[in-house]
Design a binder for this molecule. Structure first.
Ligand code: MG
Length: 390
């Protein structure tokens, strides 16, 4: 379903996704909502890729997100700036093609015909912009406006690269490419937009986006393992619970070996690397760190990137101390931290029958398994709508 004028690849594509999701009421960033089995940003990039052979596709996002996005697809990625304009300027530095098409990842359902209309008009002005007529009556303060003279501007917008680079050089902030080009004395051509190209801003918008589907029901398992030796000078914490013995664990952090294993299991299931990459143990910020704070940060990332935690199972291998009196408190603490019902948290304590370093009472080893699913935004949206309508 792609169209090609004559195998030209003199157009690059920039997809802007660095904005915050401040008006979005779900724990997930909107570009990380899953549609079937793909996050929204990837769905958008692949949709454009199927429409046209672009010289380059550049995705603009935060540095943290870019590190994770690289696991999904080999596009070019550029770190966003403090505003749409700075982000765009950063991305344009890497573009040499004659034209550049710029769109927002938050407009996921741009139809092929609309992209085609814009690209086919590329010789008509410095910037080609999709527009929709206004059908509602508009007031400015107490005066009705002539709606015939008003247009709603959408993306993608196609610009001559050199003109756009020049137009964005100053410090004046523009809300879109065309207004920068017009301010710099350039020309604009209007192409017909589409209601399908609606922008995803609030949860209600999900109803109006025909190309976004509920996520598939899938399960991802992750495994984590950690060992710490005993240290007489420290207090012992396991699963965020104080264990009343006269020694703790030798570690850069508080040494909560159970939470470290659990963090690795969660990161493993989400494909996010390991605890040492996220919270390096030579970083002074983590000196004596409360491991539950690191766990809360991990959980925040997992939710922001479109996952839900289903189940957690831990095996603590310790000859000492005796842990059975603490198991229920540990479950309760993890259930609270993970926002998962207690029945989905399992904690097992065992010994190594006197063998090895655990048997010699030199330390403790913990194995953890965690399973994640895609965050079911459809269900969350329905719950929020029910609350609003009551
Ligand atoms: Mg550790």
């Amino acid at each position: 379903m792609s169209f090609h004028t004559n195998h030209e690849t003199n157009i690059s594509l920039i997809l802007l996704g660095a904005g915050s999701s401040s008006r979005f009421e779900l724990p997930v960033k909107k570009q990380w909502l899953y549609s079937k089995k793909r996050p929204l940003w990837l769905d958008v990039a692949q949709r454009f890729e199927s429409m046209y052979t672009f010289d380059k596709i550049i995705i603009v996002s935060s540095s943290e997100e870019i590190a994770y996005m690289r696991n999904f697809a080999e596009y070019e990625y550029t770190e966003g700036g403090g505003s749409r304009q700075v982000s765009l300027r950063n991305a344009l530095e890497n573009i040499e093609s004659e034209y550049v098409l710029v769109s927002d990842i938050a407009r996921p359902c741009i139809p092929l015909e609309m992209t085609e209309r814009i690209i086919n008009a590329k010789n008509k002005a410095d910037c080609i912009i999709p527009v929709l007529p206004v059908t509602d009556t508009l007031y400015m303060e107490d005066k009705a406006l002539d709606r015939e003279k008003i247009k709603i501007i959408q993306t993608p917008q196609l610009s001559k690269t050199a003109v756009l680079k020049q137009a964005l050089q100053g410090d004046t902030l523009y809300t879109d490419d065309s207004s920068a080009i017009v301010a710099a004395g350039g020309t604009v051509h209007f192409a017909k937009g589409s209601h399908q190209a609606h922008k995803l801003t609030t949860i209600e918008d999900l109803e109006r986006l025909p190309c976004i589907h509920p996520p598939y029901s899938r399960s991802f398992a992750g495994f984590g393992l950690d060992t710490h030796p005993f240290d007489e000078g420290k207090r012992m914490y396991l699963c965020g619970i104080y264990i009343d013995v006269p020694y703790g664990f030798k570690a850069h952090s508080d040494g909560d070996v159970a939470i470290h294993a659990l963090i690795d299991a969660l990161l493993g299931a989400a494909g996010m690397g390991d605890i040492g990459e996220l919270y390096p143990d030579d970083d002074p910020n983590y000196q004596g760190a409360d491991s539950t704070v690191l766990l809360a940060d991990t959980i925040g990332r997992i939710h922001a990137y479109g996952f839900d935690i289903d189940h957690v199972d831990l095996t603590i291998i310790a000859e000492a101390p005796r842990l059975s009196p603490y198991k229920q408190a540990m479950r309760k603490r993890l259930a609270d931290l993970l926002c998962v019902p207690m029945q989905h948290i399992n904690i097992k304590a065992t010994t190594s029958e006197g063998l090895g370093f655990v048997g010699r009472k030199e330390g403790v080893t913990v194995h953890a398994v965690a399973t994640l699913g895609y965050f079911d935004w459809k269900e969350a949206q329905e719950n929020i709508m029910k609350r609003v309508n009551r």
